[in-house]
Design a protein around this ligand. Structure first.
Ligand code: NI
Ligand code: MN
Length: 237
């Protein structure tokens, strides 16, 4: 069985056969965080980009658990420079295998930098992630606007898309619905909303619009809640 747990903002856990994969584990300082950083013990951490609301507690968690951290190149190098032994720098188009699955880096239209002790570090580029695990293909768009090449990403056979809907820094509701159309996905989990005033949104309004305009189902997760994934066999390509 494979499950997806929403930890608030853009932080997720994928659990599969006793293994935990964390995506963008921003917990400390996240007003929506459903767990403290000390309460999670992933063996893999996947990062979409360097912004603080995505890298979050990565370095602390990776040092404590020995997790591999898979990220785009400059961010991966910076994480390694922080003393994380399992940092794996990768880049767009590349697929990295880990125990139990793979992640492929795809483009995202956004920026990427990390504010560390008052300095901007770890430049590089943002990414989306196609994660294949447990008979499922999950697309984490990361922070992005809508872009036409989401049609190409849809050709990867995505079972579930995790899309930002907060607007202001990313797509808003309407463009996230168009993204679901481009991706041709059966189900969408919205994220990156209601954490801060600038990204206040009603996820149920998104869900209604999505189900009105597309054949996709909205899966709206409260922080801390878990969604069980039904294996489709779509985890090889
Ligand atoms: Ni960002
Ligand atoms: Mn963000």
């Amino acid at each position: 069985m494979t499950s997806l747990t929403y930890l608030g903002h853009a932080a997720f856990l994928i659990e599969h056969e006793g293994q935990t994969i964390a995506v963008d584990p921003f917990l400390t300082g996240n007003p929506l965080a459903a767990r403290q950083a000390s309460e999670i013990a992933p063996s893999i951490i996947l990062l979409t980009h360097a912004h603080n609301d995505h890298v979050g507690d990565t370095v602390e968690i990776a040092k404590r658990t020995g997790a591999a951290v898979i990220a785009t190149f400059e961010l991966g190098e910076w994480i390694a420079g922080q003393g994380v032994e399992g940092a794996i720098p990768a880049n767009h188009g590349g697929t990295v295998a880990f125990a139990g699955g793979t992640v492929k880096f795809v483009p995202a239209w956004h920026t990427s930098s990390y504010n560390y002790n008052g300095q901007t570090v770890a430049p590089g580029v943002p990414a989306g992630l196609i994660v294949r695990v447990g008979g499922n293909t999950i697309y984490f768009a990361g922070d992005t606007c809508l872009f036409g090449d989401m049609r190409l990403i849809g050709e990867e056979g995505v079972d579930l898309a995790v899309l930002p809907i907060g607007d202001h820094f990313t797509m808003g509701l309407g463009d996230a619905v168009r993204a679901a159309e481009f991706l041709n996905v059966p189900a969408v989990v919205p994220c990156h909303y209601n954490t801060f005033p600038a990204i206040k949104q009603d996820p149920h309004a998104f869900g209604r619009l999505l189900e009105e305009r597309t054949s996709a189902r909205a899966i709206i997760l409260e922080p801390g809640s878990r969604h069980e994934l039904q294996a489709t066999g779509n985890d090889t390509r």
